[in-house]
Write a protein that binds this ligand. Structure first.
Ligand code: UT7
Length: 332
């Protein structure tokens, strides 16, 4: 009997309506559209507004979109994993809140924190449950409300991030499609270059931490950039080599959208032309865990059953990883 593989059988997304443009940002901090486009490649990002709306809202909307598109009932879902670094609250898990909001009551659910590699790590994890044969419908949510942790007075970080919610459905298949393999890496020393200092057990929130702005994202941009350029390209090439894949064998690179220069460097190392690379950073910025599924959602109609996809990400931790999968369906 053929081995069970996990196949992505649908993609859902939610994007907030508000567009924070480079023009508006340049009225908030000392920056320009020209600098942002040249150094990062972002024109605008979506920002979630509205009282009581947070990551779970975007995640739940994305799951509703997914279930409707795939004609799946809430009672069929066995498990839900939410990749996020901006949970609604420290506990309970945002996955629990999303499941409740959507009406998924027969599944267990938990959060997974791997920052910008969150989707790759969650997909790798969910795949194991499907491959075991015990789970038939697993939802992976990747959602981040980065606007809740970004300092809009810090020009070195506030230009980078946006908000979005996404969700994919994973189901078993014995056809030659679905997730073939994954390679994931972690180097915890990277924590010194990209983190939020306060609000955890090491430095609980106090009026002093708030005064010092220690509840916001802290990033040493150049150190992260260097590690990301090597990490994302290395792991993408590592999985290509494992399967003896040449650039002609690959239909799409689906890269994390942190900086257009990092995406270009990865594509170049893989020997890929830009027409094989999913890019939407210009419209949404870095939505952390959500970037890769947001690309899949946006490019869904261009994908064909059997297409070879390499997914690759790099993020805080440091975490980085790659998934090789064969796309499972055609979209009418
Ligand atoms: O997804 C999670 C992982 N994160 C990443 O992958 C992000 C990786 N890092 C980056 O993408 C880049 O390092 C940044 C986009 C964050 C920064 O770009 P950079 O080319 O590395 O710039 P830099 O930090 O070396 O700064 C160059 C100059 C500095 O001015 P001086 O010191 O040369 O006078 C900065 O102060 O650019 C200045 N600068 C800005 N100028 C205008 C920094 N941010 C801005 C800004 N507008 N928004």
């Amino acid at each position: 009997m053929n081995k069970i593989r996990a196949a992505i059988t649908g993609v859902g997304a939610f994007l907030p309506e508000y567009r924070l443009t480079n023009e508006e940002l340049s009225t908030m901090v000392d920056t320009t559209d020209e600098w942002i486009m040249k150094r990062i490649g972002i024109k605008e990002r979506r920002i979630l507004k509205g009282e009581g709306k947070a990551t779970s809202y975007m995640g739940a909307e994305a799951v509703k979109n997914l279930l409707e598109k795939t004609n799946t009932s809430v009672d069929e879902v066995d498990m839900l994993i939410c990749a996020t670094i901006t949970p609604d609250m420290p506990f309970p898990a945002t996955a629990n809140i999303i499941a409740d909001k959507v009406g998924i009551h027969h599944a267990w659910s938990f959060d997974l924190n791997a920052a910008c590699s969150g989707f790759i790590f969650a997909l790798s994890t969910a795949t194991q449950f499907i491959e075991s044969g015990r789970y038939r419908k697993v939802v992976v949510v990747a959602a981040d409300m980065m606007s809740s942790i970004v300092n809009y007075k810090d020009r070195t970080t506030c230009t980078l991030f946006g908000d979005a919610g996404t969700a994919i459905l994973l189901e078993p298949t014995i056809e030659d499609i679905g997730v073939v393999d994954h390679i994931n890496h972690v180097n915890g020393l990277g924590r010194h270059h990209l983190h939020i200092k306060a609000g955890g057990s090491l430095l609980p929130t106090s009026s002093k931490t708030v005064e010092n702005g220690e509840h916001f994202v802290y990033q040493e941009g150049q150190a992260v950039f260097k590690a990301a350029v090597y990490g994302m390209a290395d792991v993408a090439v590592e999985i290509m080599d494992r399967y003896n894949l040449k650039s002609d064998d690959i239909d799409w690179l689906v890269p994390h959208q942190a900086n257009l220069r990092i995406i270009d460097a990865t594509a170049k190392r893989m020997g890929l032309n830009k027409d094989k690379v999913m890019i939407n950073i210009e419209k949404y910025g870095n939505t952390t865990a959500a970037t890769i599924p947001l690309c899949l959602w946006e490019f869904e109609k261009k994908l064909h059953k059997g297409d070879n996809l390499i997914l690759a990400a790099f993020g805080a931790g440091f975490t980085w990883g790659s998934v090789y999968l064969k796309w499972a369906y055609d979209t009418e």
